[in-house]
Design a protein around this ligand. Structure first.
Ligand code: CS2
Length: 490
C-alpha cells in the first residue's frame, strides 16, 4: 500500500484496525437520506449514525445527496463513500475512517434515484445540513420567499422536471411518498436556526401551498399524519478542510483521502422527541432526546454561534485570520465572556448553565490545534446574525437593558459589509462572502452617513424595529471609527 492508493473498500482492510470504521459498510442498508454533503455532516450526524448502527446491530446506512456540488459526489463515489475524520486535540490528534455513508447522489443529475429514495418504505429519516440560505426564508415573515428566483423556478417546474432547491425537492418527494401510500417519515433539520424543525415544516408547507399541484390541499392535509419535523441542536466545530489536513490524513492512513474532515473532539446532538417513524438509536452514542430543545437551541445559537460570529467580524476588522488568533488577542476571551453575560438573561430556563457554558466555549475556541477561519464563520452573515444576535438584542432592549457587546458586534459586521462589497474597495479573496453582499454594500451610499447606513443595513435584515431604535443605531455608528482603524475596544 502506498500514499498513491486511494481510500476505498479495497484498501480499507489494509489499514491498521484502529483506523477502520466502527461498522462494515457492506452490511448497512439505505435508511437515511441526507441533504448537504459538507464536512459538518460527515463529522457529526454520520458519526452518530455509524455508532448507533454499530451498537444496536441495526443496519442504518446513509445516502448523501449533494444539492449542488457534483464534485464531492464524484469524489465520494471514487472512495466507495469512505472518508476519514481527524479529531484535533490540543495534545495531538486521532484519525479514523467513518463507514456510515453508503451512497452519494447529485440532486439534479440523479433526480430519478432521489425520487426512488423518497418512495422507499425503508427510508424513514431524511436529515438536512443546507445552511440558513438553503431554506429561502423571507426575512420579514420567516415563511418561504416564493419570489426568490430558484424557488419561483421550482414552483413552475413541469411535473418531474428538474428542481434546484432542497425545499422544492423535499416538498415534491414528500408529496410523491404520500400519494404512493408509503409509511411516515421524519425530516430532521440540522441547521443552526431557532426552532429549525418548525422553520423547515413551514417552508415545505408553503411550497406545497404555492405549487400548482391539483392535489395540494389534500397533500397538506395528509402531511400532518405522515411527516414529522423534529427540532434539533447540532454542535461540533468543523473547520473547512485544508491542504494541511489532507496531508495529515495521508500520513495517518497511508492512503489518499480527498474527503478528509477534521473537527474538535467535542460533539453534541439534542433532538426533540417527536419522531413519527423509525430512526437510528442515536442515544446509544450520547444524543439527547428531550421534549423541548429550545433551551439548548437558544443557548447554543446565542452563546456559541453568537460569540463565534462576533469573534469573526471583530477579528476580521482587526486583520486576524482564525478563531484561535482572536482568542490569543487581549480582547478575545473578554469578548466571549462579556457577550455570554450580556445575552444570558434572554435564555429560557432548563438549558445549560451559561457561566459553565462560557467557560467551556473559551476552552473550545482556544484549541490551538484547530485552524478555523474567520472567513468561514463570517460568511452568510446577513442570514446568521438574524438568528444569533438580533432576537437577544430585541429582548434586551425591550427590557431597557444596555447592550454594549452586541452593539460592538453589529458595528464590526457593518464595517465588513462596506469592505466586502464597495466598488472602491473590492473584496479580497479572504473576505467573507454573503448572498446579500451587493445590497449590503449599497447601504453605504451615499458615503459619509454612517447612521443612515446602519439603519439601512438593519432594514435589509428585516429588522425594521431595530432600525428605528435611535439609541441603538447611534451606538453602533459611534463604534465604527475605532473599527475602521482596526481597534477592538471592549
Ligand atoms: C459557525 C458554526 O460557521 C459558523 O457559522 O459558527 O459552524 C459552528 O462552528 C457550529 O455551529 C458549532 O456547532
Amino acid at each position: 500500500m502506498s500514499a498513491d492508493d486511494l481510500l476505498n473498500r479495497e484498501t480499507l482492510p489494509r489499514l491498521a484496525p484502529g483506523l477502520r470504521p466502527a461498522v462494515d459498510p457492506a452490511e448497512l442498508r439505505t435508511r437515511v437520506v441526507h441533504f448537504g454533503l459538507g464536512a459538518f455532516h460527515r463529522a457529526h450526524q454520520a458519526v452518530y449514525t455509524e455508532h448507533a448502527a454499530a451498537r444496536s446491530g441495526e443496519p442504518w446506512g446513509i445516502i448523501a445527496v449533494a444539492p449542488r456540488s457534483a464534485g464531492t459526489v464524484h469524489a465520494l463515489r471514487n472512495q466507495d463513500c469512505l472518508y476519514s475524520l481527524t479529531e484535533r486535540r490540543p495534545d495531538g490528534h486521532r484519525t479514523r475512517v467513518v463507514g456510515s455513508v453508503v451512497g452519494a447522489l447529485a440532486m439534479g443529475p440523479d433526480a430519478k434515484a432521489v425520487d426512488a429514495l423518497f418512495a422507499d418504505p425503508e427510508v424513514t429519516v431524511v436529515t438536512l445540513t443546507v445552511t440558513e440560505k438553503g431554506y429561502h426564508r423571507s426575512p420579514a415573515t420567516g415563511g418561504l420567499d416564493t419570489t426568490a428566483a430558484p424557488v419561483a423556478a421550482d414552483l413552475t417546474a413541469a411535473p418531474g422536471g428538474p428542481l434546484t432547491t432542497v425545499v422544492g425537492r423535499l416538498a415534491a418527494g414528500l408529496a410523491a411518498r404520500i400519494r404512493a401510500g408509503a409509511p411516515p417519515v421524519n425530516i430532521v433539520s440540522c441547521d443552526n436556526m431557532a426552532d429549525n424543525g418548525a422553520a423547515l415544516a413551514r417552508v415545505v408547507h408553503d411550497f406545497v401551498r404555492a405549487s400548482a399541484w391539483p392535489d395540494r390541499a389534500e397533500i397538506l392535509d395528509r402531511m400532518a399524519g405522515a411527516v414529522a419535523f423534529p427540532a434539533t441542536v447540532v454542535d461540533r466545530i468543523v473547520p473547512a478542510t485544508g491542504e494541511a489536513d489532507r496531508a495529515a490524513a495521508v500520513a495517518a492512513l497511508g492512503v489518499r483521502d480527498a474527503l478528509a474532515v477534521t473537527s474538535e473532539p467535542y460533539r453534541q446532538w439534542v433532538l426533540e422527541d417527536s419522531f413519527i417513524a423509525p430512526r437510528p438509536p442515536w442515544e446509544l452514542d450520547g444524543a439527547l432526546f428531550v421534549p423541548d430543545v429550545a433551551p439548548y437551541q437558544l443557548t447554543k445559537l446565542r452563546l456559541l454561534n453568537g460569540s463565534h460570529s462576533a469573534l469573526a467580524h471583530l477579528g476580521t476588522a482587526a486583520g486576524l485570520t482564525t478563531i484561535a488568533e482572536t482568542m490569543a488577542a487581549d480582547w478575545g476571551e473578554r469578548l466571549v465572556r462579556a457577550l455570554c453575560a450580556e445575552v444570558s438573561p434572554t435564555l429560557p430556563a432548563g438549558g445549560p448553565d451559561p457561566v459553565a457554558y462560557a467557560d467551556a466555549l473559551v476552552v473550545r475556541f482556544r484549541n490551538p490545534a484547530m485552524h478555523h477561519l474567520l472567513r468561514q464563520i463570517g460568511s452568510d452573515a446577513s442570514l446568521k446574525i438574524t438568528e444569533r444576535w438580533l432576537p437577544a438584542l430585541r429582548e434586551l432592549r425591550a427590557r431597557g437593558t444596555s447592550t454594549p457587546v452586541l452593539e460592538l458586534a453589529l458595528a464590526a459586521w457593518a464595517h465588513g459589509t462596506r469592505r466586502a462589497g464597495a466598488p472602491d474597495a473590492s473584496p479580497g479573496p479572504d473576505a467573507p462572502s454573503d448572498p446579500a453582499a451587493d445590497a449590503l454594500a449599497s447601504c453605504w451610499r451615499p458615503a459619509g452617513r454612517p447612521l443612515g447606513t446602519v439603519r439601512a443595513l438593519l432594514r435589509l435584515l428585516g429588522a425594521m424595529d431595530l432600525a428605528e431604535d435611535d439609541a441603538l443605531t447611534t451606538a453602533v455608528a459611534d463604534r465604527l471609527p475605532a473599527l475602521d482603524a482596526g481597534r477592538v475596544e471592549i
